[in-house]
Design a protein around this ligand. Structure first.
Ligand code: ATP
Ligand code: MG
Length: 665
């Protein structure tokens, strides 16, 4: 093994982290608790005793033009309605009411561009921009119920566009800026969008992508798509088609600066968002107005222990994902928070840019994904080490199970051992966080999202008959409705019922993840149902196996799949990426196998290890195990439209061909 490539500093850190793995539990630090908003554990029981009352109390956080008559209408499950009869407007809640309360001068976003450009956008600025753009949309004939596509990167206009839609009751359909123009066309067609808001060009690590040109090449003629509104973001040349295309700045300049917010019904649609497609064909998740905003606001406040007047909050997701919708836009704005919004990638212009920005804006709350943390581990602690991270007081993760090794690295290297970590489990479908610590109350265990938030009833059930499992492994379900739940799959009611409610009936939401509950009732989400591997009758979670492999000093990342095996039913194949520039060897292979044997058991040792330079991931950074299964079994690849980097699959195919050839020799 090429250990000489590792600095002694890394080895030391490694030993310390491994030592810390022995510590099972982290209590909320006393200093944190002293200032926390929520510190009384009785909140869980109170919410449980009257869960509808709990959600009604959370709805009080918002401004309603008209109060609801009924908290929950559950007469037609699984088609639930929340805050029935209530009227509100999301943009009013996110902007006007704060400005009216005297907070117009508060910074909503410290925007930071890829090349170091900066913009400070106050609540008053944002409101003025949203009103103008909302007027402009209206003048184009866009109104309540119309679908509007949004396809751009992390620039302030993306937030303006979303809120302007919300202001006039149009339904936005944001497509992540990293998706191809072809996926945009599909999504516009499927949702019958009347308008698309996009950019001339977008920053991509020092280059500029000609976004509008690509859109033109792929959009073809969609009759329903009457308008394309183009933000001049980078000055990239593009054609403007007469009668269809307009410049954002021109229509905004000509627009009425006033635009009263539309009074929306609590159950009117707010947006459609397609899921990332880790498992199957993307699903058009539909969220509505009242319940969604209640969930976003309540969880953002409680999980991140927000002190809106003093915190600087940073969620470094992309607005194109649900995490961006709920925790960059709607939650923080509803709560009058000050956020950081960063245009670029974590490794441009350098691998310490996130930490440089934490230092620059004195970020106090930082929320990211395990995939990003694993990348930072691979790059080495010297990058964060160059910056002052002492302003941070709370860290969060979302998107995948986090390996304990990555959790501990985050805790130590980024959090300086003083910041609680909230591992937040939720989905596009749930709209907001479901399982997570409350940082001033809940003790954490690395790798566990701990317990359901107040008001949420999650269970682990037996996959055969749905009986609850107190301690052990099974399927994760949510047993009662919650305000921010998806209302359906857009134009696919049947697929909605089929996907989430067929298995255990209309009152039990099937999450699609497997989970384990431990003796303390903590939840360990261990991967998607399809990702569980069955070796000689032992049901193993991919997350657990991967965490064991990643615990090896040399390993940066791992993905595990089950392959059919005559002897054992399924055998484990592991795709492994090594730290830095290390190469795979028999020696590393035996270390990996020994680590798994030690942590889980001999039977769980991978039968086949494939060294990979990189793993196939969705554009949101999640490992696509179904493609690994396809490739390992020599099948044609399934749907690859959400795959971030196709060259990764090509390289793996090459590896496997070489492996095959050497076996046949
Ligand atoms: P698709 O449903 O199209 O396959 P996706 O499930 O990746 O895509 P999202 O809704 O963004 O799309 O992701 C939700 C899933 O991410 C969860 O069901 C779970 O598998 C995983 N996940 C999210 N947060 C966590 C977490 N904190 N711990 C473990 N897993 C998580
Ligand atoms: Mg999913």
């Amino acid at each position: 093994m090429a250990t000489e490539n590792m600095t002694s500093g890394e080895g030391e850190l490694e030993r310390e982290l491994t030592g810390m793995l022995e510590i099972e539990r982290f209590d909320p630090p006393a200093e944190f608790v002293a200032r926390a908003n929520l510190t009384d554990p009785a909140i869980y029981e109170r919410a449980e005793a009257d869960w509808q009352g709990w959600w009604a109390s959370q709805a009080e956080r918002l401004h309603w033009f008209r109060r609801w008559d009924q908290v929950l209408d559950d007469s037609n499950p699984p088609f639930y309605k929340w805050f029935v009869g209530g009227k509100l407007n999301v943009s009013y809640n996110c902007l006007d009411r704060h400005v009216e309360a005297g907070l117009g001068g508060r910074v909503a976003y410290h925007w930071h561009g890829e090349e170091g450009e900066e913009e400070e956008i106050t609540y008053a600025d944002l409101l003025a921009r949203v009103k103008r753009f909302a007027s402009a949309l209206k003048e184009l004939g866009i109104g309540k119920g119309d679908v509007v596509g949004i396809y751009m990167g992390m620039i302030p206009e993306v937030v303006v566009a979303m809120l302007a839609c919300a202001r006039i009751g149009a339904v936005h359909n944001v497509v992540f800026g990293g998706f191809s123009a072809e996926s945009v066309r599909e999504r516009m067609e499927f949702s019958q969008a009347r308008a698309l808001i996009t950019v001339d060009g977008a920053a991509r690590k020092g280059n500029v992508a000609a976004v509008k040109q690509q859109v033109d090449q792929h959009m073809g003629d969609l009759d329903h798509l009457e308008h394309i509104i183009v933000v001049r973001a980078k000055g990239t040349p593009c054609e403007m088609r007469e009668g269809r295309d307009v410049w954002y700045h021109e229509i905004v300049e000509a627009a009425d600066p006033e635009c009263p917010p539309e009074e929306m019904d609590a159950e009117d649609p707010l947006y459609i968002l397609y899921t990332s497609g880790s498992t199957a064909k993307p699903k058009g998740i539909l969220h509505t107005t009242g319940g969604y905003l209640v969930g976003a606001s309540s969880t953002h406040q409680n999980v991140f222990d927000l002190h809106a007047d003093t915190d600087t909050y940073w969620c470094c997701a992309d607005v194109g994902w649900v995490t961006g919708h709920t925790y960059i836009v709607y939650g923080p704005l509803a709560n009058a928070a000050t956020s950081i919004m960063y245009e670029g990638a974590p490794d441009y212009p350098h691998r310490g840019i996130w930490w440089e920005l934490v230092q620059r804006y004195r970020a106090t709350i930082f929320y990211t994904a395990p995939t990003a943390i694993r990348a930072c581990i691979k790059w080495g602690p010297e990058h964060p080490g160059k910056f002052d991270l002492s302003s941070l007081r709370l860290l969060g993760t979302v998107g995948e199970p986090i390996n304990p090794k990555a959790w501990l690295w985050y805790h130590k290297v980024i959090g300086g051992e003083r910041c609680p970590i909230v591992d937040t489990w939720w989905q596009t479908e749930t709209g907001s966080i479901m399982i997570s610590p409350l940082p001033g109350i809940t003790s954490t265990k690395p790798g566990s999202a701990t317990r359901p938030l107040p008001g949420i009833l999650a269970e682990v059930v037996d996959e055969r008959d749905g009986t609850p499992i107190e301690e052990g492994q099974g399927l994760l379900v949510l047993k009662r409705p919650w305000p921010s739940m998806l209302r359906t799959l857009y134009k696919e009611d049947e697929r909605f019922v089929e996907t989430y409610f067929r298995r255990f009936g209309n009152e039990t939401y099937l999450v699609g993840d497997a989970a384990r509950r431990d003796k303390d009732g903590y939840f360990w989400v261990i991967g998607r149902i399809d990702d569980v591997v069955n070796v000689s009758g032992h049901r193993l979670s991919t997350a657990e196996l991967e965490s064991a492999i990643v615990a090896c000093e040399a390993v940066a990342e791992a993905a595990v799949i089950g392959q059919s095996d005559e002897l054992t039913g399924q055998a484990i194949t592991a795709f492994v990426t090594l730290q830095g520039e290390l190469d795979g060897s028999d020696e590393v292979e035996s270390l990996v196998r020994a680590e798994v044997a030690e942590r889980i058991g001999k039977f769980a040792r991978p039968k086949r290890i494939i060294w990979a330079d990189d793993l196939p991931k969705t554009r949101s950074g999640k490992i696509m195990r179904r493609l690994l299964r396809d490739i390992a079994e020599g099948r044609a690849l399934g749907d690859v439209t959400t795959l971030r980097d196709p060259t990764v699959m090509a390289a793996l195919e090459e590896k496997i061909r070489a492996e095959q050839a050497s076996i046949e020799e």
